[in-house]
Design a protein around this ligand. Structure first.
Ligand SMILES: Cc1cc2nc3c(=O)[nH]c(=O)nc-3n(C[C@H](O)[C@H](O)[C@H](O)COP(=O)(O)O)c2cc1C
Length: 361
């Protein structure tokens, strides 16, 4: 079965994308992922001035299962790409030349200045990339420059910045949401009102992965100190599913790229059923290897076949109608109890009538 799908006019060979992060760190690894069969790549977030981006080590932390030692949750304090913008432009140009039919999405982030957003959009789209993903959601590192989540948690800023991008963008624009807000739909609405073609969700969840009980220092510890980071991996999947569902229900006209804790085809299928048109994977590929794409495709094909869906698009949103209100759940349960009681009463009546017939005949 073909997993091909078209979203915002972009043809994807399959709906599996590597999410912005280490999997899209440079042209070489991106080319390798295209060779392996990923349907698309969202590059590590880029900005005009990479010299302001300074990473630390260590910058990752893991939450493991007590029984199996399997990694359930993953925290990072990694910033956006620290590689020069000009080098990125060359690599993007080269990638589009060598892989014209593979979908290449540029994740971009800038300071709160209209000219800066105009410049990054203009110069990046000249390389031939297929779409933009606006990183309005990185939870750590650059709030003092009002970048990332500092923008994405404020619907007024989301609207303004998305509007600036749409003023000059000639390709589709996805706005990537932060889950670290009370209502994800408020920022998504602002992006859509400003003309965003799609919404990506979720970025990482603000977290502290743990405290080292020997040194008493919070982790990941850099020279004895720490900052809260972004949580991802399997543990965040239920939260991601809920936010994707809320976005899909609220904005049926927008495309949704769902992510957060996807590691298998079955995980991905749940995102499609709750309204995602494509899915993205970051931590799962870091932990299990980029080769998982073969397994993901086979599992999704089997799921679609088992349910007689003719395409990915046919599965999108199929489980959304089964969300309702709590009051409605109570009413449904009451009705079903009543009809069971009525059925039981009918059965008894029938049995008594039969016995009476036997006795009187
Ligand atoms: C180490 C690491 C670095 C990341 N860097 C970025 C980034 O530069 N830009 C961005 O938009 N998201 C970034 N993310 C977030 C992921 O793209 C994704 O939204 C999040 O991790 C949830 O998906 P997952 O559970 O599949 O990892 C990063 C995630 C990790 C784990």
């Amino acid at each position: 079965m073909s997993l091909a799908t078209t979203v915002n006019g972009i043809a994807f060979e399959n709906p599996f994308l590597l999410a912005s992060g280490p999997p899209g760190t440079n042209g070489k690894v991106i080319a390798k992922s295209f060779d392996l069969g990923w349907g698309g790549m969202v590059i590590k977030t880029i900005s005009l001035d990479a010299s302001k981006v300074v990473n630390t080590a260590p910058r990752y932390g893991k939450l493991r299962s007590r029984e199996s030692n399997e990694v359930l949750g993953f925290e990072n304090i990694e910033l956006i790409s620290d590689r020069p913008f000009e080098i990125w432009l060359d690599e993007l140009r080269q990638l589009k030349k060598n892989y014209p039919r593979h979908v290449l999405i540029a994740s971009i982030m800038e300071e709160y200045r209209r000219e800066a957003w105009h410049e990054i959009v203009r110069r990046t789209q000249e390389t031939g990339v297929d779409a933009f993903e606006l990183n309005l959601s990185c939870p750590h590192g650059l709030p003092e420059r009002k970048m990332g989540m500092a923008m994405g948690e404020d619907p007024a800023l989301v609207k303004e910045v998305t509007g600036w991008v749409k003023e000059v963008s000639t390709i589709p624009v996805w706005a990537k949401m932060t889950p670290n807000v009370g209502s994800v739909t408020a920022s998504a609405r602002a992006a859509i009102e400003a003309g965003a073609d799609g919404i990506s969700a979720i970025n990482t969840i603000l977290s502290v992965i743990g405290v080292d009980l020997k040194t008493l220092r919070p982790m990941p510890t850099v020279e004895g100190y720490a900052v809260p980071g972004g949580y991802s991996g399997q543990a965040v999947r239920p939260i991601a599913l809920r936010q994707v569902m809320e976005i899909a229900r609220a904005f049926p006209g927008a495309s949704v790229s769902g992510m957060g804790g996807i590691e298998t085809g079955a995980d991905a299928a749940q995102f499609f059923l709750l309204g995602a048109h494509t899915v993205q994977i970051c931590t799962g590929a870091m932990l299990r290897g980029y080769e998982i794409i073969a397994e993901l495709k086979a599992e999704l094909e089997k799921f679609l076949g088992d349910h007689k869906f003719g395409s990915v698009a046919e599965a999108v949103g199929r489980s959304l109608p089964y969300f309702t209100t709590h009051a409605d759940l109570v009413l449904r349960q009451k009705k079903s109890k009543e009809s069971r009681a009525n059925r039981d009463a009918e059965t008894w009546k029938g049995a008594i009538a039969k016995e009476t017939d036997l006795l009187t005949s």
